[in-house]
Design a protein around this ligand. Structure first.
Ligand code: 4YB
Length: 472
């Protein structure tokens, strides 16, 4: 309506809260109160307006997390724009295609943040960004001029689709997760995942919902993890944080609650974390539901617990269907929003799941399944078992064409130490009585995860499959 106030404006206007610390940017050594933060956001909003951005138009932000990027994200929303985050690892061509496809009027490219300490103490926004006004002045005629976020799905083929959320969906997620993780105004959450992914945005909205502190990471990422009371991590980040703890010990570790998600969560990791006295939550979420949908305090079992309040689920055959709080408005398609639910009003997740002993267990993606000699193979099942073998850092199981079986499983694997045949042979032997013969990988290749990650929170199986074809 134009009269609504955003959380940062409310806090900045409150005599009791305006001087409370809102944000700590460890990369620059800066601290901002709510009043200072609202001022910075207001300045960004003025800048955006001066560049011609109008309510209802599209604003793209391309960069890694930084104070400048965060302020522009919030400023764009304050202006009633549609704000799209773009992974800076994308090629310029892909970025331009995404801007065209999503009717973006202004695209801002953020430079990598300055080296630590350079601007320490200087409370100014580092204007290390470049703006590109685009031809499209598009405003959808069938939509209210209100703020929306556009979040790209990891999507299988072609250009990723943009999922449209209103602020209410993000706050619905915040309410559910803050209750679960006891996140209140006295706590801090590290912005440990990219803002162009739903998991990073989830952190921002929990912070705004609670009036807590947001931390921005320094170059030494795991030292920053240790400074916040709350942090969201994908399993690979968790295993590195555990290595950090093993090296540095428990002194000066503030971390109390770690929300996990994004892919299967190895039990060994949550159990190791419990030894350090840190509580973790095993979550299952997705872009289309504004991140977390199911979560529990991690325990000895593989599930992801119960649905957060106001979310509903159905198991239809083996597929999980969802609806309720957090559900996106739809996909941005040809300048309008197309609902993502089926005729019965449910989101079909393409995730295979089952209900076991009072909780949901995610078994894998239905579209990852393949058939080998007439038997169904769910790669995640095999990966889950291989993970339990000591010294395995990360593993993916993929199909390889086979004249006799149709397809057969092969593994791409990263060990904690170097990849060598001795470890592979030990693993093969160990695996031989853990799983049916036809599920045992017929070949093992080294996984070069860093190379394949490219700013995404998870490795794309599509890319791995392409990589594998090169290897065969
Ligand atoms: C899973 C899975 C699981 C997702 N087991 N497959 O705030 C959070 O909830 C959070 C905290 C830490 C890390 C990540 C998150 C997320 O939001 C993750 C959300 C996400 O991954 N969204 S996505 O659109 O990129 O992918 C969704 C898909 O990821 C799901 O459809 C599943 O296939 C898979 N997934 N959690 C097994 N616990």
């Amino acid at each position: 309506s134009g009269e609504e106030m955003f959380a940062w404006q409310v806090y900045a206007a409150s005599p009791a809260l305006k001087d409370k610390i809102a944000l700590r940017d460890h990369s620059q050594g800066d601290v901002f109160s709510w009043a200072e933060l609202a001022l910075s956001i207001g300045q960004c909003a003025e800048g955006l307006t001066a560049q011609g951005l109008k309510p209802g138009q599209g604003l793209a932000l391309c960069g890694k997390n930084s104070f400048d990027l965060l302020c522009h994200y919030l400023a764009g929303l304050q202006l009633g724009a549609r704000v799209l985050g773009i992974n800076p690892a994308f090629t310029p061509q892909k970025r331009q295609e995404l801007c065209a496809r999503n009717h973006i009027s202004l695209c801002i490219l953020f430079e990598p943040p300055l080296a630590e300490g350079v601007a320490a103490g200087q409370k100014k926004i580092e204007k290390k960004h470049r703006s590109f006004p685009l031809a499209t002045e598009y405003i959808a005629s069938d939509l209210p001029l209100s703020p929306y976020t556009l979040t790209l799905t990891s999507g299988s083929t072609g250009l990723p689709k943009a999922v449209v959320h209103d602020i209410a969906a993000h706050f619905a997620n915040a309410r559910g997760v803050c209750e679960l993780t006891e996140f209140g105004s006295g706590n801090s959450w590290l912005l440990s995942l990219p803002l162009y992914h739903v998991s990073g945005q989830g952190i921002v909205w929990r912070w705004l919902y609670s009036g807590a502190e947001l931390h921005l990471a320094a170059a030494d990422f795991y030292a920053s993890v240790a400074r916040a009371t709350h942090v969201s991590l994908v399993p690979t980040q968790l295993s590195r944080f555990l290595a950090y703890l093993a090296e540095k010990g428990k002194q000066n570790v503030n971390t109390r609650h770690i929300l996990l998600g994004g892919s299967q969560i190895p039990l060994a990791l949550t159990q190791e974390l419990a030894h350090w006295g840190i509580c973790s939550y095993s979550g299952y979420g997705m872009t289309e539901m504004a991140s977390t949908v199911f979560a529990k305090k991690s325990d000895g079992s593989k599930g992801v617990g119960q649905a957060l309040n106001q979310r509903e689920y159905l198991l239809v055959g083996e597929e999980l269907w969802l609806r309720g709080a957090g559900l996106a408005k739809g996909y941005w398609q040809q300048g309008t929003i197309v609902p993502l639910t089926n005729e019965q009003g449910w989101l079909q997740t393409k995730d295979k799941a089952r209900w076991v002993k009072g909780e949901l267990e995610i078994l894998g993606r239905l579209d990852n399944m393949f058939i080998s000699g007439g038997e169904n193979i769910q790669p995640e099942e095999i990966e889950g078992i291989i993970q339990q073998f000591g010294g395995v850092k990360q593993v993916f199981v993929l199909p390889k064409n086979d004249p006799e079986y149709g397809q057969r499983p092969v593994a791409l694997i990263a060990f904690e130490t170097r990849f060598d045949m001795e470890q592979v042979n030990k693993l093969k032997l160990w695996l031989s009585d853990k799983i049916e013969k036809y599920k045992q990988p017929v070949a093992y290749f080294p996984l070069h995860s860093e190379k394949l990650q490219e700013g995404a929170i998870k490795i794309s199986r599509q890319r791995l499959q392409a990589e594998l074809i090169q290897l065969l």
